[in-house]
Design a protein around this ligand. Structure first.
Ligand code: FHN
Length: 414
């Protein structure tokens, strides 16, 4: 019987820091970007793996500039990135000795973009996280699950060798790129219908990772409750506790929380999908996530030429403008009220930031045990003349004259 996972003090500290970030950028970039049909094209297009691999032989993202990406991301107010080191298509976006199918050995570009991104993050003070798929659509030793049936491989399932391969790759990631602060696993659900249940040996995998780097945060997009050894919990396309997209039936744990969402509809670059959420919608999502004590990991699918899409840059700029002013009400805050008819709140010590998202409200009633010390308009700093109803134990806050898009923010000090 293995001893239960006890995070080290460094790991606990890393969790706390991560929990304060509240906003990060997800980057889905791989040779799939060249087809411009999203990151699942090998599977959805029922492509043969050797035909697909031709995308590697002409992958030359001439406009890629890690510093430019990270500068644009930093200006948005994001505190970290999560980059796809290897997606389901088996292609490693870094120099690995475990497979020749990687960006340095199999493309004319020959540059280790992971190294460049790691360095740019280091320079700009952005935390560096890596996505890693435990599901593989090409390797023969991967025990095929629900997806990746038509890639033309000869199945030779051997989870022992595949598991060893993953361990070796993860070791490379943690040792060759020292600023990797978190690993974000994906693909577990490929085997979630197996009878008997498939054993990914995750606690063993996590023990291996934590032995290499105890402070490395581990998260897994398995859509279930946290598994022994994980350091943060994630939700896909929904806020914790919501399950509109049908991918988040899990409960909410005490671990730091992260929700990931796309800017348009797809994770990897899809040329036909220009349907980007507005800055207002995205900022609202950041606010709602913060009110639930949750980080938003917002995705961008970089183009095959190495640039971030112009619409994505536009959204980064818009979010950055808002974060510049209102960041204090988001970063390092704790969960507050997340479902009032007028909006939500975030908290920091004795301060509550009241985010009035509903434009129709001229005043709000806020439940509070005793009269607050001070209530003011966050933007102007003007003190607001509130009323306190002792019987109902509510503060009545007038909103006239308070400006702000997408929300009006009131600071209340208890
Ligand atoms: O299949 C992947 C998908 O391509 C993408 O990486 C997302 C991100 O959360 N995760 C999987 C779907 O659950």
């Amino acid at each position: 019987m293995q001893a239960q996972y006890v995070p080290t003090p460094e790991n606990i500290q890393a969790r706390q820091q991560f929990d304060g970030f509240r906003f990060g950028i997800f980057l889905h970039w791989g040779i799939y970007s060249e087809f411009a049909q999203g990151e699942w094209y090998l599977n959805t297009g029922k492509l043969n793996k050797d035909e697909y691999a031709k995308a590697a032989s002409c992958f030359y993202p001439i406009l890629f500039d890690a510093n430019q990406w990270i500068k644009a991301i930093k200006a948005s107010g994001a505190k970290y990135i999560t980059f796809t080191s290897r997606h389901h298509d088996s292609f490693s976006m870094y120099k690995t000795n475990e497979s020749r199918y990687n960006i340095v050995d199999a493309t004319p570009f020959k540059r280790d973009v992971l190294k460049e991104l790691a360095a740019a993050c280091q320079k700009e003070g952005i935390q560096f996280h890596l996505y890693y798929s435990i599901l593989d659509w090409i390797r023969e030793d991967y025990p095929i699950g629900r997806t990746g049936h038509d890639t033309g491989r000869t199945p030779r399932p051997n989870y022992d060798t595949y598991f060893q391969f993953m361990k070796n790759q993860v070791k490379e990631l943690l040792t060759n790129y020292p600023n990797v602060a978190a690993l974000w696993f994906d693909g577990y659900w490929d085997h979630n219908k197996d009878v008997p249940a498939f054993d990914w040996r995750l606690p063993e995998f996590y023990r291996y990772i934590h032995a290499l780097k105890p402070e490395c945060l581990i998260g897994n997009n398995h859509h279930t409750d946290p598994i022994e050894g994980e350091d943060f919990q994630m939700f896909e396309r929904d806020l914790p506790g919501e399950n509109k997209a049908g991918l988040s039936p899990q409960g909410i744990s005490e671990l730091p929380l992260e929700m990931c969402q796309t800017m348009n509809g797809m994770w990897g670059y899809k040329v036909a999908d220009q349907d980007y959420k507005s800055v207002e919608e995205l900022v609202t999502l950041i606010i709602n996530a913060a009110a639930k004590g949750c980080n938003l990991l917002l995705n961008i699918g970089p183009q095959p030429n190495g640039e971030l899409p112009a619409l994505a840059i536009n959204r980064l700029q818009g979010i950055g403008k808002w974060m510049n002013t209102y960041g204090e009400t988001i970063y390092g805050t704790h969960r507050g009220i997340d479902d009032a008819p007028w909006g939500v709140t975030t908290k920091k010590g004795s301060t509550t930031f009241i985010h009035v998202l509903n434009k129709e409200y001229r005043e709000i009633e806020y439940p509070l045990a005793k009269r607050p010390k001070l209530v003011k308009d966050f933007l102007s700093g003007n003190v607001l003349k509130y009323k306190y109803d002792k019987k109902k134990k509510t503060v009545i806050i007038p909103l006239d004259g308070i400006a702000g898009v997408p929300d009006r923010v009131v600071t209340m000090i208890e």
